[in-house]
Structure formats: structure tokens, C-alpha cells
Design a protein around this ligand. Structure first.
Ligand SMILES: Nc1ncnc2c1ncn2[C@@H]1O[C@H](COP(=O)(O)OP(=O)(O)OP(=O)(O)O)[C@@H](O)[C@H]1O
Length: 469
């Protein structure tokens, strides 16, 4: 039975994670600080350490140095990519942003343990060997669901291309599973034990994207008070997933081309270049080829990225997968909300099959989540799925309007019924942005992260830049 050490100073979180993992069958020990962990236990004897980043005394990342052969999963309350990236650079195998839900934590733990070489009596492998070990256990079919012919073809392509160094361009509408496909490509590659850094090019303000991706030297622009490593460098040895690549501004496109051509990055404000070894995976819902014709996307960059193309079909072209996906989400949501044994009525199944699914798998996932919250018996009916309310792209969960959603603050619900969509959007984002990641906000609103980002710009509520951590 795998042994896990939790290091977290907040008692409530520590005991919640401990119970969750014990319930899932792991043997768990815990401590409130790095020092206590070392006094009470030998961290290197565990199969996995899960640690908060900020702790009284030494930081959680210190455990990476003190137990070099044990994978460390870092939890950070500051849902900032920055602190997570810094942890990855120091050798953490993964990070998870608080607040996380139970499924996310269990998935992260299972994924890390599955990727570790089986412990044997021989000495642990040096980390460089580990990086080459790949992840033979992972398969696209275990990461994403898809029985239809089109998805089987996608999986075959992923299996073939993943072990290579080839740059991959994933194309597909919003919500089709491009990010999952990128994760599968990384996990099945020899780089699986190294970081996968995911960047949504649409979600980073244009003025900051170059410095975020490539890093900057101190004083290279107003506000650059210290030198900073970019996300590409942080992915060194691993993979970089550039989501919404079509939104990359022209200057950043030129710099990225250089990385792809020469394997070199130059920080903003620097005259020196540095070699990096990064496998590039890009995704877009746009027609990049058409964008090259209008001059919105560099043609040379397009050809560099488009070495291998994986197209994820929209859900309406995967008719035979709809019910399988729905059952899978129903089971997951049922477990999460302690409502086991939920079933779709035959009418609900027909409604799911008839729907056009403009928001693809994400929309289906949201519909099932909403129905699971609302249902009073163990039968999911068409009215609970509420598939007829196709208005704009902001999909207000009825539960919020009715004030029945346990997950939303009650005053939120009281206030929403008279609000316009824009007001509702603004209200919801302002209320929840400090405790939810952009992905969670977008999911709750039923829109893509790109759409969230665009609306933030339009309504003048840009995402707060976190202050370093
Ligand atoms: N084949 C699948 N099996 C299980 N879950 C899936 C599948 N495809 C997508 N999902 C789920 O649907 C949601 C959207 O997927 P994902 O974020 O990968 O889509 P995307 O194409 O990257 O979207 P966007 O372009 O808006 O970023 C996620 O919660 C993901 O877990």
C-alpha cells in the first residue's frame, strides 16, 4: 500500500486530505511543518509527499531537496502559475492549486504514483534515468473517454506521436478535450517525469505575455523589478502546452519561432540566449492556416507548429460517445455529491443524443453536474438537464438563479434573479475570483477560459496579476 506524507500547517486542510487519502486506501502520515515532518518521520521512506508551499519555517519545496528520490506534490493557496512554476523548477513533480476538489487530488496522487518506477530492492534510479522512463502505463484511453471510430483514430495517433519529439498542433472546438489530449501526449512521452507546463495564451494580458513566456531581465520594462525566468525555461526537459496559440501577439510569435528553430530562448531585455530542451504542443480552435492568409499568424511559425496535427472532433460528430461520456460524468458527480446510483431516464438519454452540443464535452459535463445537484431522486430527467435553454454563450446555471446551488454563496443567489447577463457575469467573477482559478470560474459560468478572458477585458475587470506568489 503506497505511503503518503502530508505536510500542511492548516489543521482543517491537513485532516481533510488525510481522511480523503485514507478513505482511498493509502497509508498516511502528516506533519504541520518541514521540521516536524523530519522530527517525526523519515520523509525519504514515503512513496509520495504532499506539501503546502508556504509553511511556518522551511518552505514545502525544501522537502524536494531533503527527500530527493520521493516525488513531491506541491499545494499552493496562491492559485498563481508563478509559484507553481517555481516549485516545478525546483523539482516538484506536480502542483495543485487550492481550493482543489477531491477528484482533482485523487487524480493527481494516482497519476504521480502510477508514473513512479516500481520500488524494488535495487537502488532508486537517478532522476535522469527516471526522466527517460516514460510512462508505459498511461494511455490516451485511460485519460480521456472515446469509443467512437473518430476518437479511436485520435488515440492511435497520440500513441504513435507521443514517444517522439515532434511538435504537435491540436485542433478542435472549445471544450472538445484538447487539453486532455495534450496531457496524454506528455504522459506517454519519455518526458513524463518532467514538467508539463500549460499556458493559455488568451488568458495572459498581451503586455505581459512575452515576459511570462520568455522571462525578463531586471529593469527591462517598468515593473520588472527583478529578473524572472519564463515559463518556457521552466518546462526545460519537459513539455510546453500552448493553448489558444492563435491569440499569441506578433512579437511573441517571432520569439517562439526562434525557440522552435534554434532551441534557444532570450529573455526580454537580454542580449544572451540560452538553450532549452522543450517539446512543444500547441492547440487552437481557430483556423491558423486562414489566419496566415490574413497576416494574423506567421506562416513560418504555422509550418513549424503544424508538423503533426491531431484534430479532436466536436461532440456532435461523436454521437455514439454521448451516453458513455454522460454515464461517466454522472458516476463521478454522484460520488462527489454523495448521490450514488443515479440513472438517466430513457427520455433524458434521447434528449442528450438529440442535443447539438455547441460547448462540446465541457457543456455535457456541466449539464450533468447541474442535473446531479438538482435531482431529488435517483433519476435524471430531461428537465433537470435543461438542454433547451440555448441562449448566448453565458449559460447561467438555473440553480444559481433559484438559489438552490449549494456551491454558490447564498447572497449570490438572492441577488442574481434580476440581473442582466453582463451584470451576472461581473457579479459572479468579482465574488468568486479570489477563491477560484480561472478554469473553475469559466466552468461554473459554462463558458471557455478564452471567453472569460475576453469578457473580463470588455467589462474592465481584468484578471488580477498575482504578486509573485
Ligand atoms: N474525451 C473526454 N473524456 C472525458 N472528459 C473529457 C473528454 N473531453 C473533454 N473532457 C472534459 O471536458 C472539459 C473540457 O476539456 P478541455 O479543457 O480538455 O477542452 P479544450 O478543448 O482544451 O477546451 P478550450 O479550448 O475551451 O480550452 C474538461 O473538464 C475535460 O476533463
Amino acid at each position: 500500500m503506497p505511503r503518503i506524507l502530508i505536510v500542511e500547517d492548516e489543521e482543517i486542510i491537513r485532516s481533510a486530505v488525510r481522511k480523503l487519502l485514507q478513505h482511498a486506501g493509502y497509508e498516511v502520515a502528516d506533519a504541520g511543518s518541514v521540521e516536524e515532518a523530519e522530527d517525526k518521520h523519515d520523509p525519504s521512506e514515503f512513496d509520495l509527499i504532499i506539501s503546502d508551499l508556504r509553511l511556518p519555517g522551511a518552505a514545502g519545496t525544501e522537502l524536494i531537496r531533503r527527500a530527493p528520490d520521493t516525488p513531491v506534490l506541491i499545494m499552493t493557496s496562491y492559485a498563481s502559475l508563478r509559484s507553481a512554476v517555481d516549485s516545478m523548477k525546483m523539482g516538484a513533480v506536480e502542483y495543485i492549486a487550492k481550493p482543489f476538489d477531491h477528484d482533482e487530488m485523487l487524480e493527481a496522487v494516482e497519476g504521480i504514483l502510477a508514473r513512479q518506477p516500481q520500488v524494488s530492492s535495487s537502488a532508486a534510479q537517478p532522476s535522469s534515468d527516471r526522466a527517460d522512463a516514460g510512462s508505459p502505463d498511461s494511455d490516451p484511453a485511460s485519460i480521456m473517454f472515446g469509443h467512437c471510430d473518430a476518437m479511436q483514430k485520435v488515440f492511435t495517433l497520440i500513441r504513435k506521436v507521443a514517444p517522439t519529439e515532434t511538435t504537435v498542433l491540436i485542433q478542435g472546438e472549445s471544450g472538445t478535450g484538447k487539453e486532455l489530449a495534450a496531457r496524454a501526449l506528455h504522459l506517454m512521452s519519455p518526458r513524463a517525469a518532467r514538467p508539463l507546463i500549460s499556458v493559455n495564451c488568451a488568458a495572459i494580458p498581451e503586455s505581459l505575455i512575452e515576459s511570462e513566456l520568455f522571462g525578463h531581465e531586471k529593469g527591462s520594462f517598468t515593473g520588472a523589478v527583478s529578473a524572472r525566468t519564463g515559463l518556457i525555461e521552466a518546462a526545460d526537459g519537459g513539455s510546453l502546452f500552448l493553448d489558444e496559440i492563435g491569440e499569441l501577439p506578433a512579437e511573441a510569435q517571432a520569439r517562439l519561432l526562434r525557440v522552435l528553430q534554434e532551441g534557444e530562448i532570450r529573455k526580454v531585455g537580454s542580449t544572451q540566449s540560452r538553450q532549452v530542451d522543450v517539446r512543444m504542443i500547441a492547440a487552437t480552435h481557430r483556423n491558423l492556416k486562414a489566419m496566415t492568409r490574413t497576416g494574423d499568424f506567421r506562416e513560418d511559425l504555422f509550418y513549424r507548429l503544424n508538423v503533426m496535427q491531431v484534430r479532436i472532433p466536436p461532440l456532435r460528430e461523436r454521437q455514439s460517445d454521448i451516453l458513455g461520456l454522460a454515464q461517466r460524468f454522472l458516476q463521478r458527480q454522484g460520488e462527489k455529491m454523495s448521490k450514488p446510483g443515479l440513472n438517466l431516464t430513457p427520455e433524458a438519454m434521447r434528449a442528450l443524443e438529440r442535443h447539438r452540443w455547441p460547448g462540446n464535452v465541457r457543456e455535457l459535463e456541466n449539464a450533468i453536474e447541474r442535473a446531479t445537484i438538482l435531482c431529488d431522486s435517483d433519476l435524471i430527467t430531461p428537465s433537470l438537464l435543461d438542454l433547451d435553454g440555448e441562449g448566448g454563450d453565458v449559460n447561467i446555471p438555473e440553480t444559481l438563479v433559484d438559489g438552490n446551488n449549494e456551491q454558490a454563496p447564498s447572497r449570490e443567489a438572492e441577488a442574481t434573479s434580476d440581473l442582466s447577463l453582463e451584470d451576472y457575469f461581473q457579479h459572479f467573477v468579482l465574488e468568486n475570483q479570489d477563491r477560484m482559478s480561472e478554469t473553475e470560474l469559466a466552468q461554473k459560468l459554462g463558458i471557455s477560459r478564452k471567453s472569460l478572458w475576453e469578457r473580463r477585458q470588455r467589462l474592465g475587470i481584468p484578471r488580477k496579476k498575482s504578486s509573485g506568489n
